[in-house]
Design a protein around this ligand. Structure first.
Ligand code: GAR
Length: 259
């Protein structure tokens, strides 16, 4: 059973998609242990309570400084013994300690096709305003692992959505939620629950075998069988001119280091 914490700030429609997917079997072997909001007025808290899920508010305003808030947030997640943190519209800078403690075990949904319209300042409606301003014809959503950067972690799944000429930011936001976010977020959680997400850590190798530079991360979702996994791995290895060794298995996400 994959135990998850869902962190939210507002409406909670992505949370609702997760709750509904567990109820109707699109996500299996998964339990939402807790929903945490930084915002006491978040509708997401009501949605959690209605579904019989523990709903907690941890607001920065309750703490003397940011450090104390960060500690309280991490402690709240740790205390529930969760395997995976799901950021579903969580509009708070995630504490570094939390990123370290939950590396490869924290995912985020972003309402664009990363690397477009992401990073600092791109959240909620701002993302769709920027997409319309630029005149893109396709936008979409991305689920990715969380690392120290803003929206920079390894991409797990993306889904494109058409942008129409008469879209407003609100209309585009809704279409991206319906056609992409509410589908790929549950899908990724189900894949992780069934150990089907593989994170490859690829290194360039010098002739003498020493690893060079920073690694590149690749995620292979939906790897169904050992054979498929090895075939994919070998294909990527050949591209990278790297040799592969299975290094370790992180909790529920297979991490393969190649170098
Ligand atoms: C969603 O569109 C989500 O992708 C976005 O906030 C919205 C939350 O809606 N997240 C970000 O912009 C993160 N950078 P919800 O509370 O109804 O799920």
């Amino acid at each position: 059973m994959l135990k998850i914490a869902v962190l939210v700030s507002g409406g909670g429609t992505n949370l609702q998609a997760i709750i509904d997917s567990i109820a109707d079997g699109r996500i299996t072997d998964t339990e939402i242990k807790v929903v945490i909001s930084n915002n006491p007025k978040a509708k997401a808290l009501e949605r959690a309570a209605k579904a019989g899920i523990e709903a907690v508010c941890i607001s920065p305003k309750q703490y003397a400084d940011r450090e104390l808030f960060n500690d309280a947030l991490l402690e709240a997640v740790n205390a529930r013994g969760v395997d995976l943190i799901v950021l579903a519209g969580f509009m708070v800078v995630v504490p570094e300690k939390m990123i370290k403690a939950y590396r490869n075990r924290m995912i985020n949904i972003h309402p664009s096709l990363i690397p477009s319209f992401c990073g600092t300042g791109y959240y909620g409606l701002h993302v769709h305003e920027a997409a319309l301003k630029r005149g893109v014809k396709i936008s979409g959503a991305t689920v990715h692992f969380v690392d120290e950067g803003t929206d920079t972690g390894p991409i797990i799944m993306q889904k494109p959505v058409e942008v129409r000429p008469d879209d407003t930011p609100e209309v585009l936001q809704r279409r991206i939620m319906e056609q992409a976010e509410w589908q790929i977020m549950p899908k990724v959680i189900d894949l992780i629950a069934h150990d089907k997400v593989i994170l490859l850590e690829l290194h360039a190798v010098r002739a003498d075998g020493v690893l060079e530079g920073a690694p590149i991360f690749h995620v292979l979702p939906e790897v169904k069988a050992e054979l498929a996994f090895l075939t994919h791995t070998v294909e990527i290895m050949q591209d990278m001119e790297a040799v592969c060794c299975i290094q370790f298995l992180a909790a529920r996400v297979h991490v393969v280091q190649t170098g």
